[in-house]
Design a protein around this ligand. Structure first.
Ligand code: IMP
Ligand code: MG
Length: 171
């Protein structure tokens, strides 16, 4: 499939720095637990954590939603859970992209049921076109209307994750 560059490495770095500064100031005096959603958020997650200037703890979750490679089915299942206790903690979910919102709505409710102090969502990309569940994206890297994006962790059937920039896939 053809692809065209959509967000450059420099633009990503600049935006990640801005979000990190915002989180550092919003959570000053606390030690939030950052929960990266595997695998798509890995590069965003590691870049973000290293730019945040307050202490944090890190952990990971993995959720699967069944469906074709470009469309989520809405049936979400946890295939890897966090290992740190989060009761009484501030939690920030770090995701690659919010599309229908079904994955994050599920993960957010799951974490909220564990007696956390707060849960916020930080997503590299907020894709507005196909939202089915309203989820608040508290920290958003880039808003896009539509299109399938790959690179910087984002995949299409496990391809393209390794690319350092974000590309728009063209059929
Ligand atoms: P949801 O539709 O909000 O549940 O999104 C679920 C997952 O679909 C995201 O976490 C991504 O892993 C994947 N996804 C949705 N849109 C894209 C895209 O444009 N590129 C790559 N992955 C996507
Ligand atoms: Mg994902």
């Amino acid at each position: 499939m053809k692809r065209e560059i959509f967000i450059s490495r420099g633009a990503i770095q600049k935006r990640v720095g801005e979000i990190a500064r915002q989180i550092s100031s919003d959570y000053a005096g606390t030690e939030p637990v950052l929960v990266g959603i595997l695998k798509g958020s890995i590069f965003f997650f590691t870049d973000l954590v290293r730019e945040i200037s307050i202490p944090t703890k890190i952990d990971f979750m993995r959720a699967c939603s069944y469906g074709s490679k470009m469309h989520s089915s809405g049936c979400v299942r946890l295939t890897k859970d966090i290992e740190l206790p989060v009761e009484g903690r501030h939690v920030i979910i770090v995701e690659d992209i919010v599309d229908t919102g079904l994955t994050l709505a599920f993960i957010k409710e799951n974490l909220e049921s564990r007696g956390v102090e707060s849960v916020r969502i930080c997503s590299l990309i907020d894709k507005l076109e196909r939202r089915e569940r309203e989820v608040p994206v508290d920290y958003c890297g880039f808003q896009v209307k539509e299109g399938f994006l790959v690179g910087y962790g984002l995949d299409c059937d496990e391809e393209y994750r390794y690319l350092p920039e974000i590309y728009l896939l063209k059929e």
